[in-house]
Unconditional design. Structure first.
Length: 179
C-alpha cells in the first residue's frame, strides 16, 4: 500500500492517519477518507485518459461546418468523492457562429455546460432533505472527504435508528449526543 501513496502527499497523509488513529471509529473515518482519496484519484486519471482520446468533432448546428478544437479547458465538479478537476477539449464553429461551443467529453459524461455538482450529490442532498430532521441537518457538515462533523465541534459516528420511525429516532439520538 505504501507504494500506492509514495508519489501523492494527500494519499500518504490519509494512509498514515489510519495507523495513527486511536479508536476504531477514528480508524474507520480515516480509512473512509483514504478510500475517497483513491477514488478521486482514479476518477481524475480516467477523465484525463478520456480527454486524451481523439475527438470526432460534430457539425455546427447553425451553419453545418465541422467544429474545430480551441484546445483543452479546465473543468471541475463536486462529486461524492470530492472535488474532481480535469481538462477537456472545447470546440467552436470555424465561422464563429454565436453561441456555438461544444465540449464532447461533457456531452459523453452527460454534464451540462454550467453544472458544478454531479447528479449523485444532488440526489443525496434531496434524500437528506427528506429523511433528516431540519434541526439535525442544520448542525451537520460533510467535509470534502466525506467526514461527518457537527458545527459545534462534536464528532459523530453513525446514529441511525432501525426500529419504528428511524428519522425521529436518529434526530433524538443526535440531539442527545449534541447536548
Amino acid at each position: 500500500m505504501a507504494e500506492l501513496c509514495a508519489d501523492d502527499e494527500v494519499l500518504t497523509t490519509r494512509y498514515l492517519a489510519i495507523g495513527e488513529s486511536q479508536s476504531l471509529v477514528a480508524m474507520v473515518w480515516a480509512a473512509w477518507a483514504f478510500g475517497l482519496a483513491i477514488a478521486n484519484q482514479l476518477l481524475s486519471q480516467e477523465l484525463a485518459r478520456r480527454a486524451s482520446l481523439p475527438t470526432d468533432w460534430p457539425q455546427c448546428p447553425k451553419c453545418h461546418c465541422r467544429l474545430r478544437s480551441k484546445g483543452m479547458r479546465p473543468r471541475q465538479i463536486q462529486t461524492l468523492v470530492g472535488l474532481v478537476q480535469f481538462s477537456r477539449r472545447v470546440g467552436r464553429c470555424r465561422n464563429d457562429c454565436k453561441g456555438v461551443m461544444v465540449a464532447p467529453l461533457d456531452q459523453e459524461l452527460e454534464l451540462d455546460s454550467d453544472q458544478q455538482t454531479s447528479q449523485e450529490v444532488v440526489k443525496l442532498g434531496c434524500l437528506l432533505a427528506v429523511f433528516v430532521p431540519f434541526d439535525t441537518a442544520t448542525v451537520l457538515q460533510i467535509t470534502d472527504w466525506g467526514e461527518l462533523k457537527c458545527n459545534n465541534s462534536l464528532e459523530l459516528g453513525a446514529v441511525v435508528g432501525h426500529e419504528g420511525n428511524g428519522t425521529a429516532r436518529t434526530g433524538a439520538s443526535f440531539t442527545k449526543l449534541r447536548n
